[in-house]
Design a protein around this ligand. Structure first.
Ligand code: ATP
Ligand code: MG
Length: 975
């Protein structure tokens, strides 16, 4: 990417002549070799491209000569095995054949019948739809060692005659509207596949037979006991084992390289697809899981000395592989069963190859019902409607290949390439950050109006100009000029004051198009939302997750209130309204070029800066404790921040959150400097330990690096945001929330600044109340009847925080678990206290009782009746006939026991209990294995609150009456 900037003359080259090796992955877009991999000898998903470059230095002659001499000289390749191609010209492009190139080859001694012309398809290189381009010449190699001329087989896709080296002459540039124009300087860019070269140098006909792949094959064989690799292809490879060897080894290299480079399968479905294919091949053909993990070691051995990042990040690579394997397994388990059920009803669906997308079944059902609705409206589609296709992609997570397969089953056509283009456009649009704003102001049309009227773009570099003195931040107002206003979808670049009537109208406007002043009826009233365009601004537009500044712009005697800003194609739109002050309508005659003073709201900006720096610190801390994490997105606002990230394998525990907070607050207390510097794309590649957002495309120049190098925490991020100058300015940081956003993804909400300190204090206060409560319980000072109220009160403080200062997540978590523990402890303490009080109660009854039996109802208890053991109570009076009743507010239970020697046919436990049971409409029983005449109990029975007291009294009377009648003997002694 960096060299593109050099070719276009935007950047200086690091040197005029460069040679390098590039890591290339070709699994999508213009270069997609995925389907060929495993099937042929020379295409890989990942390969190394060796290249030499000339930036305005040597050109065609030397480039061809260098290549030819290297191959036929030091590499010792017989020139009879080589063929060269050159550009045959293209009428449509207005380009002539590259005869200059042909002549060079002739001069180098290549015989005429080996120099072959090809069209733009093969011999014209373009980087993209626009940008540097030029004709190329390719060197092809014959592996068959035939003596006869093989020219007719060149560029025909034969595995034994393949392209080896492509030399591109970058001499043109394609402009955005199509034409090709010469570049100011001419350049050379060449690419030779390392794997293909190694095959030639090691005398092999297949790249897979070289020592780049053999160690991987050995590992597969050793781990799986598979038959030896025999190098068979296509139909000769009957059981597919050799193809499986190649696919697995190739994919293992690509996956290891990509993961070590920080790509995340979660964010790149093509990478995930390759990874899953490798897992599939391992499990289905080699009947073994975990092979990718093993192979990643071999890849690191094989390539690690050239690409040290593989060794350095190997643990993370393996963690991600393990995570992806687990994920795949659980998806297969859950999604798979549902899908199998659906296939039973529609066998054609068995052709869908990737059945692991969790949303597949739901997507298919949705597709069915959408088609049903269309059909019932007589709209039978022949093409998969784009909105349905997009929903399948966006809502259900299906990749375009799967969507295509489903469309085929439904006999609908679906253009995958067009769909991918649309997706790219949508991504571009979302990058333009229109977001949710007033569409009459920030729109493609406004942008075109500004460009058409040659309104200059906005210089917003002043957003970084602020100073700190004695820890106080100062954001100086910026003197600038008014360039235009957008109101109601129109650009106003010249305005006149005009109060029409008593309504709110304030400024009548005229629109100027290229010098012609056109009167319009539109007027700007005090309620109209306006987009102001200035030449310079200190306002920060939402970018890199950081939210918009707010503030004011003074133009003449009127003040414009900026509610938000947006930057599109380098125009900063200040969106807001003119202020009506003290009921007085603002009036002004405004002109292009009027002096303005733009001032941002300092409190908002400081809040944004604090939370942006905090986001970097959280990112760094997360990375420190869980190396396999990746940022997915962030939302930096003035009073909080949200950070979404991927976690692979383990989830963040509350302890981890506490560690993150501690690390950051330590860094805040150490008042570490937050430094920014600017580098270009080349500098970016040589930065070590830098955190980049996966998938983000960084510009060629002016990449800002934000660096916080503390003792325990180091953060280096490429970031365009605004930051505090020292971590001390954050004052304090609290994490408030941790949320799981589905598999492998979590988010954190945090606050920094004075509010964070208050939050910590509020948390400590609640914690203190719990500590007091714990002490009271431990020292026996707690009044159990009040305990519940105290617990409930603390719980309310923990949970209901609307209107109050929020509480730190870690304290809240600790408080909740301490309260649970406390509730458990206090319950058991209460239970033993209750048991003691019941025993005491009975003891005093027995002692004061003059009757030869005991009938007693205990004081109502506050707990569930299961925790009151009447068995222990009756045991306590084992020599005396005893009937006891216990109850709480809604339940009652009873038990009676009669000593053996006192039981008779007239008086026994069963008969005695029978006097009580009908009162409560309850049933009696005896414990298992016990004599029912001696022991009876009545299980807990629900009784209405109103009746309870009366029923219990009646029960006591009836039981007493019965016993008094029958137990006449002198009273037995209690224990
Ligand atoms: P081919 O026609 O063989 O696919 P290409 O035209 O796509 O090659 P270039 O884009 O010119 O190749 O890339 C430069 C060099 O990189 C090629 O000459 C070849 O040696 C090597 N190369 C390209 N694609 C692959 C691949 N998928 N695997 C291995 N090497 C490759
Ligand atoms: Mg190719």
């Amino acid at each position: 990417m960096y060299f593109k900037g050099v070719f276009l003359g935007h950047l200086n080259p690091p040197a005029k002549r460069v040679a390098n090796s590039q890591k290339c992955i070709r699994i999508g877009g213009k270069h997609n070799d995925l389907d060929a991999v495993g099937q042929d000898t020379y295409h890989h998903t990942f390969f190394e491209m060796l290249g030499n470059w000339s930036f305005g230095d040597y050109f065609k002659e030397e480039a061809c000569e260098f290549a030819w001499k290297l191959l036929t000289g030091p590499y010792g390749i017989n020139e009879n095995r080589l063929y060269v191609t050159y550009f045959a010209g293209d009428e449509k492009m207005g380009l002539k054949p590259d005869l200059e190139c042909k002549d060079i080859w002739l001069r180098l001694g290549v015989s005429q019948d080996r120099i072959l012309p090809f069209g733009s398809q093969d011999n014209f290189w373009e980087m993209g739809t626009t940008g540097p381009c030029g004709p190329c010449t390719e060197i092809h190699i014959d592996h068959t060692m035939q003596t006869s001329n093989q020219a007719s087989r060149v560029n025909r896709g034969h595995a034994d005659l393949t392209e080896l080296w492509n030399i591109v002459f970058i001499e043109y540039q394609r402009l955005s509207d199509g034409p090709i124009v010469p570049l100011p300087k001419k350049h050379i860019d060449t690419g030779m596949g390392f794997e293909r070269l190694v095959a030639v140098l090691q005398g092999k006909r297949s790249n897979y037979d070289t020592d780049l792949f053999q160690p991987l094959f050995d590992t597969i064989k050793k781990k799986t006991n598979a038959p030896e690799y025999q190098g068979r292809f296509m139909s000769a490879d009957k059981n597919g084992i050799d193809t499986a060897y190649r696919t697995l080894a190739d994919h293992a290299r690509m996956v290891t390289i990509a993961l070590a480079d920080g790509m995340l399968p979660d964010q790149n479905h093509k990478l995930r697809k390759v990874l899953r294919k490798a897992v599939d091949v391992g499990e289905k053909v080699f009947q073994q899981s975990g092979l990718l993990h093993e192979l990643s070691f071999r890849v690191a051995d094989n390539l690690g000395n050239v690409y040290p990042e593989i060794q350095k990040n190997l643990k993370q690579v393996q963690k991600l592989i393990a995570y992806e394997e687990d994920l795949l397994k659980s998806l297969r388990d859950t999604a798979g069963t549902e899908w199998k059920r659906i296939i039973k009803t529609r066998s054609a669906l068995a052709s869908v190859s990737n059945t692991t997308a969790p949303g597949l079944a739901a997507a298919y059902k949705d597709l069915q019902s959408s088609l049903f609705i269309l059909a019932s409206n007589d709209k039978f589609p022949r093409v998969l409607p784009p909105d349905i296709a997009f929903k399948m992609y966006d809502t259900y997570g299906l990749d375009p290949d799967t969507i295509s397969e489903l469309a085929k089953v439904e006999s609908l056509s679906f253009d995958k390439n067009e769909f991918n283009n649309e997706l790219n456009n949508a991504r571009q649009r979302s990058k333009m950050n229109f977001g949710k704003v007033d569409e009459e102001i920030v729109s493609q049309e406004s942008l075109q109006l500004l460009e058409k009227n040659n309104v200059p773009t906005t210089d917003d570099s002043a957003k970084y100009s602020y100073t700190v003195t004695d820890k106080v931040y100062y954001f100086p107002p910026v003197n600038c000029k008014l360039l235009g206003m957008i109101v109601g979808g129109k650009l106003i670049s010249e305005t006149q004051s005009h109060v029409i009537d008593d309504s709110q109208s304030i400024i009548e406007a005229t629109v100027m198009h290229s010098g012609n002043i056109v009167e319009i009826d539109s007027i700007i009233d005090a309620n109209a939302t306006v987009g102001l365009i200035l030449d310079k601004t200190p306002f920060y537009s939402p970018e890199g997750g950081q939210g918009s500044d707010v503030g004011q712009i003074q133009v003449k005697n009127v003040i414009f209130d900026v509610k938000e800003v947006r930057k599109i194609c380098n125009y900063v739109f200040h969106i807001g309204k003119f202020i009506v002050q003290d009921g007085i309508k603002p009036e002004a005659e405004l002109h292009v070029g009027d002096e303005c003073v733009a001032t941002i709201n300092e409190k908002t900006r400081l809040g944004l800066m604090r939370h942006h720096t905090s986001t970097h610190l959280i990112n760094a801390a997360l990375h420190k404790i869980l190396p396999a994490t990746g940022q997915r997105g962030s939302n930096v606002a003035k009073d909080s921040l949200d950070l979404q990230f991927s976690v692979f394998g383990e989830k963040l525990s509350p302890k981890d959150i506490e560690t993150v907070e501690t690390l950051i607050n330590k860094s805040i207390n150490a008042d570490v400097a937050v430094k920014t510097r600017t580098i270009d794309a080349l500098g970016l590649t040589s930065e070590e330990n830098i955190t980049l957002v996966p998938g983000e495309v960084y510009p060629d120049t002016g990449i800002r690096i934000v660096e916080i190098i503390g003792q325990d925490l180091q953060s280096i991020e490429a970031c365009c945001g605004t930051h505090v100058q020292n971590t001390g300015a954050l004052e304090h940081l609290c994490i408030l929330k941790v949320k799981s956003l589905g598999t492998g993804s979590q988010s954190i909400r945090a606050i920094a600044g004075p509010i964070a300190r208050l939050a910590r204090q509020a948390g400590e206060n609640v914690k203190q109340q719990i500590i007091l409560l714990e002490e009271d319980i431990n020292t026996g000072n707690a009044q159990f009847n009040l305990l519940d109220t105290r617990v409930q009160d603390i719980k309310r403080q923990l949970m209901d925080r609307t209107e109050r200062i929020p509480l730190p997540y870690s304290i809240k978590h600790e408080c909740v678990s301490r309260l649970e523990m406390l509730a458990r402890n206090s319950k058991s303490q209460e239970r033993s206290a209750m048991k003691e009080s019941i025993e005491n109660e009975l003891k005093s009854i027995v002692q004061s009782c003059t009757l030869p039996f005991v009938v007693h109802c205990f004081q109502p208890v506050n707990v569930a009746l299961e925790s009151v053991s009447l068995q222990k109570v009756t045991k306590f009076c084992s020599n005396t006939p005893t009937l006891v009743i216990a109850h709480n507010k809604e339940m009652v239970k009873a038990r009676c026991s009669v000593p053996k020697e006192m039981a008779s046919s007239e008086f026994n436990a069963q008969l005695w209990m029978q006097t009580v049971l009908p009162i409560f409409k309850a049933h009696g029983s005896s414990p298992k294995g016990q004599d029912p005449l001696l022991i009876q109990h009545m299980k807990s029975k629900r009784v209405s609150d109103l009746e309870l007291k009366g029923l219990v009294e009646r029960a006591v009377i009836e039981a007493t009456k019965f016993a008094a009648l029958h137990v006449k003997k002198s009273r037995h002694q209690t224990k």
